[in-house]
Ligand binder design. Structure first.
Ligand SMILES: C[S@@+](CC[C@H](N)C(=O)[O-])C[C@H]1O[C@@H](n2cnc3c(N)ncnc32)[C@H](O)[C@@H]1O
Length: 274
């Protein structure tokens, strides 16, 4: 027991992966879906008033009647709204629970249960969106591979619209630890458990991991959630080698003008010709 705890509680190696799946876990995905569907919570999805404003803004950026792919669509909060205003939308997510929920309330959108790192389309879409800073949670290799797959999935001139966190979001991140007693279960586990959490910083405080070790009755699990702080330059340097140019940047995915002072950065990337 003590050896396992020492092993799981050490500062993880940069980009080390969780030893347990996270998004598609039977219990965790239940809490996630509740968080998505709470209109006033900025947890798994943004507040629903923000999503309304976001889709309104997107409708001015993505040409009418476009074929749109929503990566990590969750329960379809953006996908359904985009379908409702006339886009031909495909939503992709690897939470079975979220995809089942999305399908149950939106027959117009095509929902696909799939890991978007295994995306395999050829010049099908006019626009691809990846919303709520999920790009920055991927490893550098995954980001490169995904950017290439999105390039392939888009028609020439197609748009890749994504948001990421900035250094402002990292300003109050610090190497810190905490613990919680969840006698009646909680987000990470249905049964009684103790949750030991730590945040660690890497690479001049531009990469962070939230490490959560869950000690249950019969099992100890570890979850690692990574995050990368972006600047416009860093994003440009990452996507240019994969054939994208930065068409416009904003403070968020509602199209607020770019100030460089916000905690997020939204980029509209344009796919070049081959
Ligand atoms: C923070 S939530 C955002 C959901 C949605 N974009 C929104 O803003 O309402 C991230 C979503 O991405 C999904 N996800 C994470 N990694 C994924 C992957 N590799 N392939 C497919 N879906 C993924 C999760 O299941 C989850 O639904």
């Amino acid at each position: 027991m003590i050896d396992t705890l020492f092993h799981l509680l050490r500062k993880p190696a940069l980009w080390q992966r969780s030893d347990k799946p996270f998004w598609d876990d039977g219990h965790i995905s239940k809490g996630m879906l509740e968080a998505h569907m709470n209109p006033d919570w900025d947890a798994a999805s943004r507040k629903h008033s923000f999503i309304d404003a976001s889709v309104k803004w997107l409708s001015g950026v993505i040409p009418a009647n476009s074929k749109v792919l929503d990566l990590g669509c969750g329960p379809g909060l953006y996908a359904k709204r985009m379908s409702d205003i006339g886009y031909d939308v495909t939503g992709m997510d690897f939470s079975k629970r979220s995809i089942a929920y999305a399908k149950s309330r939106d027959a117009k959108t095509e929902y696909i249960y799939k890991n978007y790192l295994e995306l395999d389309y050829n010049a099908i879409f006019d626009a691809v969106v990846l919303i709520y800073c999920d790009f920055a949670a991927l490893t550098p290799d995954e980001r490169g591979a995904l950017t290439e797959k999105v390039y392939k999935a888009l028609k020439p001139g197609g748009l890749f619209i994504l948001d990421v966190f900035t250094e402002k979001h990292f300003a109050d991140k610090a190497n810190k630890t905490s613990w919680a007693l969840n006698e009646n279960g909680g987000f990470w586990s249905a049964g009684p458990h103790i949750c030991l959490e730590a945040t660690h910083l890497y690479e001049n405080n531009t990469v962070a991991v939230d490490q959560c070790v869950v000690i249950g009755k019969n099992e100890i699990k570890q979850y690692l959630i990574w995050d990368t702080a972006y600047t416009v330059q860093r994003l440009t340097d990452e996507v240019s080698p994969h054939g994208f140019s930065v068409k416009a940047v904003f403070d968020n995915v509602c199209g607020s003008p770019y100030t460089g002072e916000a905690e997020t950065l939204c980029a509209v990337l344009e796919r070049g010709a081959e």
